[in-house]
Design a protein around this ligand. Structure first.
Ligand code: KG4
Ligand code: ZN
Length: 338
């Protein structure tokens, strides 16, 4: 891999992030989270793009300072072109374009989903990078899919959610429990003190490798409405058990299809990526399958799971080596296939 220094910029949702990569080694990875969305129980697109505008310059400056890199040492600029919230993407895209123009360096567009998967090739993401072909369960707030990764830029989605994403299920169920947004990490924490076998919730019965998470959400909602009628403090009194049971169900749904795909395709290289791959029960389930099924598992380092610019810089580096540059007339795109 070349030793070029590349700046990566991520602004697809509610995190403004900038990172500097040299080869595949991350020199800095800075993110500004947008606490503002907590009050609204979800990301408000208009507020997100406004916050990106405020954050982007300080975040990029900080990434350069932390990496101890001068602007003129940068060989290229990578940015998230999509998928994501258009208003948010536009901020990162316009900034990347103008900086590339002023520094006279190539501009490189990055697909956010590819970046979650290719984060596994960052030097310190794993003790060893995955070997092709591998399966990658990509689970975030906006996406849930099983991807067959044949090569760096040769990926095939073999299964995906037909409704909510797994992260969305965590967040929406968290809302029913009156937890802050995003509820995924909170449910994970509360579940540690709970009994995962306390309650049973509906699981979808779908053919092939597709997922559905709207059923579990409704099943939890109806159950809670019924119980709260009998005991108004039901949620408060049983919160840990509720979180543990919900988490167990979501992880079982995710793992069942992943196991089926690995078996059918006879692949033992199995990775997880995206925000939900930070979940401790999912990480444990992967560990278990390393022992039970002989999988070689790839679980990214925590800081490369939720949205971050390090993964954008990694993809930009791979594209830089291949001479895959983007025209300055490019624009952001809310939808962007793998
Ligand atoms: O990849 P990401 O940062 O943003 C998207 O591209 O969507 O993923 C965010 C999602 C949120 O739904 C959040 O609740 C979930 O990842 N998440 C978790 C955990 N940490 C983040 N879900 C369950 N357990 C966690 N520990
Ligand atoms: Zn993401």
């Amino acid at each position: 891999m070349s030793d070029s220094i590349i700046l990566g910029i991520e602004s697809s949702c509610d995190d403004t992030s900038a990172a500097i990569i040299k080869g595949n080694s991350i020199l800095s990875n800075i993110a500004a989270n947008q606490a503002i969305h907590k009050e609204y129980g979800g990301v408000v697109p208009e507020l997100a793009s406004r916050a990106h505008q405020q954050n982007i310059i300080p975040v990029v400056e900080k990434s350069l300072t932390k990496a101890n890199i001068q602007q003129n040492a940068i060989s290229a600029i990578g940015f998230t072109r999509g998928p994501g919230l258009l208003g948010s993407l536009l901020v990162g895209t316009s900034f990347a374009k103008s900086l590339a123009m002023s520094l006279d360096v190539p501009l490189i567009e990055v697909n956010h989903l590819q970046a979650h998967i290719l984060a596994h090739f960052i030097e310190d993401a794993n003790p060893m990078p995955p070997k092709f072909p591998f399966l990658c369960l990509t689970v975030s707030g906006g996406h849930t899919m099983i991807v067959l990764v044949k090569d760096y830029f040769d990926m095939e989605i073999i299964g995906k959610t037909i409704d909510d994403a797994a992260g969305e299920a965590f967040d929406k169920i968290g809302k029913i429990f009156d937890l802050d947004y995003p509820a995924g990490p909170i449910i994970d924490r509360l579940a540690k003190e709970g009994n995962p076998d306390s309650y049973k919730f509906n699981k979808p019965k779908l053919e092939n490798y597709d997922y559905s998470f709207s059923g579990i959400k409704t099943s939890v909602l109806y159950f809670i409405q019924k119980e709260v009628k009998k005991d108004p403090d039901f949620i408060k009194n049983n919160l840990n058990d509720l979180c543990a049971s919900v988490q167990k169900t979501i992880i079982e749904i995710l793992m069942a299809k992943l196991e089926k795909a690995a078996k059918d395709l006879d692949i033992k290289e199995v990775a997880i990526a995206g925000g939900v791959s930070a979940n401790s029960a999912l990480r444990q389930a992967m560990q278990d399958n390393n022992e039970k099924l002989g999988w070689n598992i790839y679980i990214p380092k925590f800081e490369y799971t939720t949205d971050n610019a390090a993964m954008i810089a990694m993809v930009a580096q791979l594209k830089f080596e291949r001479g895959e540059f983007t025209d300055l007339r490019t624009s952001a795109t809310a939808k962007y296939d793998l």
